[in-house]
Design a protein. Structure first.
Length: 279
């Protein structure tokens, strides 16, 4: 997550690898994630993980996610765009201040399921995207045993209007075009409240919940690599980070409400359990 004082394209998808699809202009000044945000302690949200991509020459943070079970995790749909043979994708968990290849806190992603109605439409020579149903489930092997796993809330978006929330991200700390930041760094936590989405956001995605930062934290917002990170209310996940829009005097984060997808999530996870038992 990141601060910047410059103007951005109208919509910013937060997966690190989709930069080329969004018009962005930004200064090259140093910046940090979540202005006035706080570092997340190692045991504070044990189920929040970072998805990393790696080949023989390159490794980077990709997205953020939440482990629901020892095998299954939740993230944004557009994060799957990079699940290709050229790169291996891993779940990095536990201590994010030390390399996962030093601590051995990483497990390969072996399967990734997009929601069947997921779509991202990118129009040629147009800076905006249309994003729908931006959720996905990934599966890892071997299993990951944690102190606790994420719990999903069935509360609908309208019921949450005005309620305080926090969001967690493990994304980049650099401005666009700046020098590479340190790969090892803790997760960051931001806060705000759920508010009605601006008209421009509703044009891009009808089914999102928007976050308004506190008055004294109006420059606090998610950034690249925070996609898929959890939006949390009352210790339960109510949304998944999708994109950010420049809402004139502040940047408004858009999160996919999770309640409409609880049945789909249960179906995917349970059907795989049954499939495994039949083997």
């Amino acid at each position: 997550m990141q601060k910047s004082t410059s103007m951005f394209g109208k919509i910013t998808i937060l997966c690190l690898l989709i930069l080329g699809t969004v018009r962005i202009s930004a200064s090259h000044e140093n910046a940090i994630r979540v202005i006035h945000g706080t570092d997340v302690k190692e045991d504070e949200f044990p189920y929040v993980i970072v998805l990393i991509r790696k080949n023989a020459f390159f490794v980077s943070r990709l997205c953020t996610g939440s482990m629901l079970t020892p095998y299954w995790g939740l993230s944004a749909g557009h994060c799957k765009e990079t699940f290709t043979p050229e790169y291996s994708i891993y779940v990095w968990y536990g201590n994010f201040s030390l390399s996962p290849f030093y601590t051995e806190n990483y497990i390969p992603v072996v399967e990734w399921n997009l929601h069947p109605s997921y779509r991202v439409l990118n129009f040629k020579n147009h800076p905006d995207l249309i994003v729908d149903n931006d959720v996905s489930l990934f599966r890892i092997e071997p299993e990951l045993r944690l102190a606790s796993y994420a719990r999903l809330s069935a509360l609908d978006r309208d019921s949450l209007l005005g309620h305080s929330v926090i969001y967690i991200g493990g994304g980049t700390t650099k401005t666009v075009g700046g020098a590479n930041e340190n790969f090892q760094r803790p997760l960051k936590k931001g806060e705000g409240s759920i508010t009605s989405c601006d008209f421009e956001i509703r044009l891009k995605s009808k089914h999102v919940a928007c976050i308004k930062p506190k008055c004294d934290l109006r420059f606090q917002f998610p950034w690249y690599g925070d996609s898929g990170g959890p939006l949390i209310h009352d210790e339960q996940i109510v949304g998944v980070c999708s994109f950010v829009v420049n809402a004139s005097d502040f940047f408004q984060g858009a999160f996919v409400p999770i309640s409409p997808y609880v049945d789909w999530i249960s179906y995917v996870i349970n059907s795989k359990k049954i499939e495994k038992l039949k083997r």
